[in-house]
Every structure is written in C-alpha cells, then in structure tokens.
Design a protein around this ligand. Structure first.
Ligand SMILES: [Ca+2]
Ligand SMILES: [Ca+2]
Length: 196
C-alpha cells in the first residue's frame, strides 16, 4: 500500500511537472508518444493553439503508417517533400484549423514534421518518424493536445517547455460502409414490413 502510494505520487509529480513546464491543460501529455488514430476509420482536424518561442517554425503533416514508417504520404503542398503545410507558429492565427490529408485506419500512426526556419543559424527539422526527434513532440491522447519543443535536448539552452508550438488534433469517426449497408438493409426490411 505504502509502496503503491509512493509510486503513484512519484508518477503524478512527474506528470504535473511536465504539465507545468508544457503549459498544457491536462497532465498526461507524453513525450515521444505516437499519435495513434482511434478505432474505426477516421478523419482528423488540427487546430493551432498558440506559441511561446523565439524561433519561427512551421508544422507539416507528413502522412501516416506505422510508428517508424510512413506508408501513406500526405500531398506535398510546398514542394519540399514534407507533405501538407499546416501552420507557422508566429504568423498563423490562434484558433486556425486545417483538415489533415487522408483517412486513417484504426491504430494508424500520424506523422508530423516541425521545421525551424528562423533564425537561419538555428535552422533545423524535427520529424516524428525519426527516433532522435520523437522526444521533441508531446502527445496527449485524452485531450488531443500536441506540443512541440523546438530545441534539441543536447543543446545548452534546451528548456523543454513544450510550448514552442501547441496544437489540438481531433479525430472524427467515418461511418463504416458495413454499418451504412446494415442501416439501409434494416430500412428495406422495415419498409417491406410496413407494406404487409
Ligand atoms: Ca518556449
Ligand atoms: Ca522550448
């Protein structure tokens, strides 16, 4: 019991510390956690929620697949092979939304890139499909909060505040063709019954 309590309080302290440093609404954002699509087929929207960062960066949707591989690439909108351009942390309006390019199977992992474009001497690119970069992203599957840290951990000024660009990803379930067919079938059966 005591051991359990200690374990729990240590866990919640760690979660609170992460939440405090991230400025996130909830305490369960996890660094490096893959952005999984929910059960069933879904589409997704992403909203820009704000930024507290000196560097200017841009978020892209690379596409989706497994944790390590992109099997379906989002359409390139900027001719840089980074897929769908979404937001700039300094020029996009807070509350701006975009629909992610694609429909996602149950358990698909969505991949993103964050490119530092200013200052020039700090140009960098973080990708969720690259193991070395995964911990620059934090994902909270309960709230949809998706946060970016724009400094590498080994950089002397690393702050780990995870508020350099903050987004919310919302999934919308697409009705399965099977359930639609069932619905229309039951409609036909009902119609037939009414005719009798
Ligand atoms: Ca910051
Ligand atoms: Ca930071």
């Amino acid at each position: 019991m005591n051991a359990n309590r200690k374990h729990l309080s240590a866990m919640s302290l760690a979660a609170l510390a992460l939440a405090a440093s991230a400025g996130l609404a909830r305490a369960d954002a996890i660094m490096g956690a893959p952005v999984f699509a929910p059960p069933g087929l879904s589409t997704a929207t992403i909203e820009f929620r704000g930024s507290s960062a000196g560097y200017t960066g841009e978020l892209y949707f690379l596409g989706w697949g497994t944790e390590d591989d992109i099997l379906h690439h989002a359409e390139n909108t900027r001719h840089n092979n980074l897929g769908q351009w979404l937001f700039n942390n300094h020029s996009s309006a807070v509350g701006a939304q975009a629909v992610l390019d694609g429909m996602f199977d149950s358990g698909a992992v969505l991949h993103f890139a964050y490119e530092i474009i200013h200052p020039r001497n700090r140009r960098d690119l973080f990708r969720t499909d690259r193991e070395a970069d995964a911990n620059n992203f934090a994902w909270d599957s309960a709230t949809g909060s998706f946060a970016v840290e724009d400094l590498r951990r080994d950089y002397k000024h690393y702050d780990g505040d995870f508020n350099d660009a903050i987004f919310t990803i919302n999934f919308q379930r697409v009705p399965a063709p099977g359930s639609l067919a069932l619905l229309s079938l039951s409609g036909i059966v009902l119609a037939r019954r009414r005719k009798r």
